[in-house]
Design a protein around this ligand. Sequence first.
Ligand code: SF4
Length: 115
Amino acid sequence: MNRKLICIICPRGCQLTVSGEKDNLTVTGHACKRGQVYAIDECTHPVRTITSIVRVSNREDCMVSVKTATPVPKEAIPQVMAAIRGMTVQAPVKTGDILAENIFGSRIVATKDID
Ligand code: SF4
């Protein structure tokens, strides 16, 4: 493997190169340890935190922003988005409220207050 990545962990955007085989990867170009961890994770089991919106059923034209509480496998993003699209919540909603459990090992939490 010889893969080039841009680190997405912070705005510096270091250009990373990952070489070697799955159990023995070497990362270059990182300015800190977080970039090294990101590069190896991205090449072995990539994950993402998903942000989206959910309809608030008892408010007119109202949506609440949500996110996964922890990153989910990248290949599960379509299924997670389908689960989120199928959700509705009732106000009031507070930031941090858990709106769904065990969505590919994560929770869906509100990131906005709706009174
Ligand atoms: S390697 Fe470190 S400094 Fe560079 S973009 Fe990633 S987190 Fe930021």
